[in-house]
Design a binder for this molecule. Structure first.
Ligand SMILES: [Zn+2]
Length: 408
């Protein structure tokens, strides 16, 4: 764990080091990046640091922990000028965890914020510590100017492994009777306001066939061939969506996609394979129903069973759901979308294919938009970076938010 106290300067990296940019939250960005919060690690050092930072301004934090108490979400509220913490608040939300750097060819220390030219390199620079840091850096300004509505900070754990942690944070918001008016999730969108993203459901299909010598194929049940027939059915579904929609052109990929990403089966060419499994996913538009799509696939697969059972009654086709992330679509005329446009200083908005915690806030009746510095294309990569210009845009966003929520 890199403690923030050990940070004295941005590592030179053998080049002429540019001076620190004049971005609000620069020190906070460096501090948050210095904690190795790879999802498998504890995030408590980072959470403790943020809790101490907020405490320094008289703001208490509420923590919700994972089962083994190694990770926590932090939720904190800056009350409005009348002491209201309950109603009309705006949530600024970010996840604290980052994806692993193992095996990636990094040219700089991934847990040291390193400036090169007009880019900041570090794990989490884009996804997504910069947004959280810039938001937190406005705490003194929010408090000095007084708030017309509460501002909440929501920092979660285990987003990168399936949006696990934030579910407890959202349950805690509900338990405490808070009714935020909206939430801004700072995932990297290139500072474009995003009002919708696709949902995702993924499955594993396991086929148990019956082994036989490959010269005696009628005595066996070929699990690989049955698996391939089901995969082909999925491929045809994908083509049908591509060709016939439904379409929503606001998305980067404007239709539901169906994808098989892993397949395993068989041991040798001269054996009719007994086992095969494959993993597939639907990334669906809000008006497509993934359960119905899955139902179609399952019904198709069941057609093979009578023939399989006629050879061996112990053969089977089994489906297991691996993950489920709902989609979300916040109307672009909603209050939080209007606030997002105001803070962004522009009226355009987009929709994206990758999932975020936004859908979980959205489904908990907290209207949510996504807007953050950096691009998803740089996230999860070696030498992850964010352009300083993106950080400046994020700072400008936060300043306009301050103008919106502050009394003076
Ligand atoms: Zn992220």
């Amino acid at each position: 764990m890199n403690a923030p106290e050990t940070l004295t300067s941005v590592r030179p990296g053998g080049e002429t080091q540019p001076s620190a940019p004049s971005i609000a939250g620069w020190d906070l960005i460096r501090t948050l990046i210095a904690f190795d919060t790879t999802s498998r690690e504890s995030n408590l050092a980072l959470i403790d640091w943020v809790r101490g930072y907020l405490k320094g301004y008289g703001i208490d934090s509420s923590l919700t922990f994972n089962d083994d108490q190694r990770k926590a979400n932090l939720f904190a509220t800056l009350p409005d000028q009348h002491g209201n913490t309950i109603d009309r608040g705006i949530v600024l939300s970010g996840h604290t965890d980052v994806v692993p750097v193992d095996g990636q060819p990094w040219e700089t220390d991934p847990f040291t914020a390193t400036l090169k030219g007009d880019k900041l390199f570090a794990r989490g620079a884009a996804d997504m510590k910069s947004f959280s840091a810039i938001g937190l850096s406005f705490v003194p300004e929010f408090l000095r100017r007084g708030l017309r509505r509460p501002v909440h900070f929501a920092l979660s754990y285990d987003e990168e492994i399936g949006c696990i942690g934030v579910r407890r944070l959202i349950a805690d918001i509900a338990k405490r009777g808070l009714h935020p008016a909206g939430c801004i999730v700072g995932e990297p969108t290139g500072m474009q306001l995003v009002v919708a993203h696709k949902g995702k459901q993924s499955y594993r299909c396991t086929i148990r066939g019956h082994e036989a010598h490959s010269s005696l194929t009628p005595h066996g049940v070929n699990a690989v061939q049955i698996g391939c027939e089901i995969v082909t059915y999925l491929t045809n579904m994908a083509r049908a969506f591509r060709d016939n929609g439904a379409f929503d052109e606001a998305y980067d990929v404007p239709y539901t996609t169906v994808h098989t990403g892993v397949i395993h089966g068989g041991t040798a060419l001269n054996i009719v394979p007994r086992d095969c499994f494959f993993d597939f996913e639907f990334r669906y538009l809000p008006f497509d129903d993934p359960d119905a799509l899955f139902g179609e696939v399952k019904a198709y697969a069941e057609r093979f069973l009578p023939e399989m059972h006629s050879v061996d009654p112990d053969t089977f086709i089994q489906f297991e759901q691996m993950s489920s992330m709902p989609g979300m679509d916040t109307h672009d005329e909603s209050e939080i979308a209007q606030i997002g446009k105001l803070c962004n200083g522009r009226h355009d908005y987009g929709k994206v294919s990758f999932g975020t915690e936004a859908s979980l806030f959205h489904n908990a009746s907290i209207p949510t938009v996504i807007c953050g510095p950096g691009h998803i294309a740089q996230a999860h990569q070696p030498n992850e970076w964010v352009a300083l210009e993106q950080l400046e845009q994020c700072e400008a966003f936060m300043r306009r938010l301050a103008d919106h929520v502050c009394v003076t």
